[in-house]
Structure formats: structure tokens, C-alpha cells
Design a protein around this ligand. Structure first.
Ligand code: FAD
Ligand code: DHB
Length: 388
């Protein structure tokens, strides 16, 4: 098989890149190790920055997001028994949309298929070769047959555990990493929303987050031991923990409902630099991970592929590799700012077991400073909506 751009991974990065290239008349093939049903059902992110919404709208895949997504103009920070609103729109002129990642995936897969795009699911044994030459290849198994794609470029959009990043030679690649001593326990609940806006809560028992999915399904998270197991958490134990961490002195109460999904995610910060070796480029979680506290992961994946699609477009229009040469440096500048924000929000809101009583008071004082200062609230809001 021959194509211009071979893309490994059909997450938000790979699917959107393929679609943006298609809109510019550039051909690509996407290889995905999982089935369509699996990628369309995997519950992950929920928050889209305004810039991500703009990109999805410009790409013509925003209709359902505009209709079904919930536009949020603020978030709440809860600590010390009180809730404080951060007026995202008032402070930045921008908003966020809560629209689940798997719905973005459903929209992108439908758009690729409608446009006749080549999307190969359940591709196994994917192996990349020849990235130092002008005809890199990707070999794989599909439908019981060994196949090989020859391309001009290979783009690794295969997430943190993919095969692309290890292709960048160890001597060239630098990995920056931090793991956190806690994870998030996430649940999906059948109930009406407890709050019109997301609530990020700092509590001595640990962080908790109230998010939403739809008028009838809610998404809640709480800080947990990353080695814990969902079977150790009965529904009653989960509700007791959430009530303890979330309830405030103003009479606000969390609504309960049937819990129909539970999962635990670990948390890390990770950046690989550069995001390129020869004709191989990385985008999204293949190159960087943020802890989920700032809701940046899917947004970074989207902004990477926007940049990369423009660079590929410049190459195919005029043969210039200049924009491709700039890709890694430009993407990393934005990525490091998001890494900073995600680390800072994580540190601000989570309980660290080794924190001294002094550390805990300073953490509360930092929260008090933020909610009582327009300058500090604005800085948080700008980072949260992605206004840079
Ligand atoms: P992925 O979505 O990981 O996609 C990679 C794809 O590649 C997968 O489909 C995988 O099956 C495939 N693949 C892997 N290896 C191979 C291989 N060898 N061959 C072929 N295919 C392969 N981000 C936000 O912006 N906002 C949020 O609110 C948010 N909340 C989150 C909450 C949770 C609980 C979690 C887990 C994550 C959250 N994130 C959030 C992060 C976000 O989900 C990721 O950053 C995003 O999925 C990255 O997209 P991607 O396309 O780079 O990678
Ligand atoms: C969600 C996830 C996040 O990481 C976050 O900061 C806010 C919301 C969510 O899944 O809804």
C-alpha cells in the first residue's frame, strides 16, 4: 500500500489529523489496534477548550458538539467548607465545553468514513521502519494478512504506550517525567447534575471533582491510592467519601444515583523531546502526558495535530520542510505551559501524604489568594480555557 501520511493510532490526535489532511487534499491511512466499538466506548476526557472547539468546528465535525455539548462559563473551587466561582468568561472572554472524548471519537470516525477515509481497525504487530530515509514504512497484520504501507511521513498518534516514541533514538530523545503518589477514582452515575459548573474540591481527605456528561449522566472523581482496586469500593463507601469531601457550609448537596462505571487512573507528567526523528513525528499522548487536573490532555492532542497538519500542508504545497522543522519546538512551547498548569493545579488541590501541617496551611493560603485576587483568578482562568 502507498499513501502520503501513515498515521498510527485512532485517538483524537490520529483521527483529527487524518481529517484535517483530507480537507487539504492530503491522503492518509490510519492504523488502530483496537476495534471501532472499543474506541467509541472508552470513557476518558470531558473538557474542550474554546480553541479545540474552534478547530473541530472549522474541520466540519462540530455539529453534535455544538448541539449536545454543555457550554460552561465558570468553574468552582471548593475548600474550607466554601465554594468560590472562577468566572472563566468574565475574566478571559472564553468558555469551555463539556463534551465527552468518546463522542468526539464517534464524530471523527463518522466523518472519516463518510469521506471515504482509510481507517484500519484491529491492526496488530505495527512496526515502523526507515524513518531516516524518504520512504518510511509501517508493517502490520490485518485480517490475518501481513501488510505494509509506504509513506512520505509516519505520524505516531498511538498514545503513551504506543510503538512510535521508542523509535526516536535514546541518544536523541530526552524524557522528562514525574509520577504522583495518587490516582483518580472515576465513576459514571445516572442522575441529574448536582451543579451547573464543574467543582474542583480540596479537602483534607483528598481531592474531588464534580463533572458532568449529560442532563442524565454525571462524572465524578476522587483522589485515591493508584494501587487500589475498584472492587474495594462499594457504592456506599464511594458516596460516603464523596459527601465528606464535597459538602459545603452553604447547604449544597451532591445528588446520588446508580453508579454504572468505576475506574482508577494513575497520574503522571511526561514530556518527550524532540517530538520528531527524521520522517517520524509524534503528536498527543505519544509525546506527552499531563495529570488530568487541568483537563489539558485531549486539548494538547488537538493543538499538536492542528500545528502538524499546517506544516504538512506547507510541505505538500511548496516542498518546504521549514514548518516541519519548526513543529517540535513550537508544539513543545505550548505543551510545557500546559505541563506547568496541570502540575500546579494538581499540587494546589490534592492531599500529599508527606505534607507537613505547615505545607497544608500554605496550600489553603494559596487557594485563598487565588479566589480573592482578580490577577490570580485571571491567571488560573487563562490557563484553564487555554487562552495562550
Ligand atoms: P489516545 O487517545 O491514547 O489514542 C491513541 C490510540 O492509539 C488508541 O486508540 C490506541 O488504541 C492506539 N494505539 C496504541 N498503540 C497502538 C499500536 N501499537 N498500533 C496501533 N494503534 C495503537 N484530556 C482533556 O483534554 N480534558 C479532560 O477533561 C481529560 N480528562 C481525562 C480524564 C481521564 C480519566 C483520562 C484517562 C484522560 C483524560 N484526559 C483529558 C486526557 C485525554 O484523554 C488524552 O490526552 C487523549 O486521549 C490523548 O489523545 P491521543 O489521540 O494522543 O491518544
Ligand atoms: C473531566 C476530566 C478532567 O480531567 C477535568 O479536569 C475536568 C473534567 C471530565 O472527565 O469530565
Amino acid at each position: 500500500m502507498r499513501t502520503q501520511v501513515a498515521i498510527v493510532g485512532a485517538g483524537p490526535a490520529g483521527l483529527l489529523l487524518s481529517h484535517l489532511l483530507h480537507l487539504e487534499g492530503i491522503e492518509s491511512i490510519v492504523l488502530e489496534s483496537r476495534s471501532r466499538a472499543e474506541i467509541e466506548a472508552t470513557i476518558r476526557a470531558g473538557v474542550l477548550e474554546q480553541g479545540s472547539m474552534d478547530i473541530l468546528n472549522e474541520a466540519g465535525v462540530g455539529a453534535r458538539m455544538r448541539k449536545e455539548g454543555a457550554l460552561h462559563h465558570g468553574i468552582e473551587l471548593a475548600f474550607g467548607g466554601r465554594r468560590h466561582r472562577i468566572d472563566l468568561s468574565g475574566l478571559t472572554g472564553k468558555a469551555i465545553t463539556v463534551y465527552p472524548q468518546h463522542e468526539v471519537i464517534i464524530d471523527l470516525v463518522a466523518a472519516r468514513i463518510a469521506a471515504g477515509g482509510q481507517l484500519l481497525f484491529e491492526a496488530s504487530d505495527v512496526a515502523i521502519a526507515g524513518i531516516d530515509g524518504v520512504r518510511p514504512t509501517v508493517s502490520f497484520m490485518h485480517d490475518g494478512q501481513a501488510r505494509r504501507i509506504e509513506a512520505d511521513f509516519v505520524i505516531g498518534c498511538d498514545g503513551f504506550h504506543g510503538v512510535s516514541r521508542p523509535m526516536i533514538p535514546a541518544g536523541v530523545r530526552q524524557d522528562f517525567q514525574r509520577t504522583y503518589p495518587f490516582g483518580w477514582f472515576g465513576i459514571l452515575v445516572e442522575s441529574a447534575p448536582s451543579s451547573d459548573e464543574l467543582i474542583y474540591a480540596r479537602h483534607a481527605r483528598g481531592f474531588a471533582l464534580v463533572s458532568t456528561r449529560s442532563p442524565t449522566v454525571q462524572r465524578l472523581y476522587f483522589q485515591c491510592d493508584p494501587r487500589d482496586h475498584v472492587d474495594n469500593w462499594s457504592d456506599d463507601r464511594i458516596w460516603a467519601e464523596l459527601h465528606a469531601r464535597l459538602e459545603s457550609d452553604d447547604g449544597w448537596r451532591l445528588k446520588e444515583g446508580r453508579i454504572f462505571q468505576k475506574n482508577i487512573i494513575g497520574m503522571r507528567s511526561f514530556v518527550c523531546a524532540p517530538m520528531r526523528s527524521g520522517r517520524l513525528f509524534l503528536a498527543g499522548d505519544a509525546a506527552h502526558i499531563v495529570p488530568p487536573t487541568g483537563a489539558k490532555g485531549m486539548n494538547l492532542a488537538i493543538s499538536d495535530v492542528k500545528l502538524l497538519s499546517r506544516a504538512l500542508q506547507a510541505y505538500y504545497r511548496g516542498g518546504s520542510e521549514e514548518a516541519l522543522d519548526r513543529y517540535s519546538g513550537e508544539a513543545l512551547r505550548r505543551i510545557w505551559r500546559a505541563e506547568f498548569f496541570s502540575w500546579w493545579m494538581t499540587r494546589l488541590l490534592h492531599t500529599f501524604e508527606d505534607a507537613s501541617p505547615f505545607d497544608r496551611q500554605v496550600q489553603l493560603a494559596e487557594l485563598e489568594n487565588i479566589v480573592s485576587s482578580t490577577a490570580l483568578s485571571t491567571a488560573l482562568a487563562e490557563n484553564y480555557v487555554g487562552a495562550f
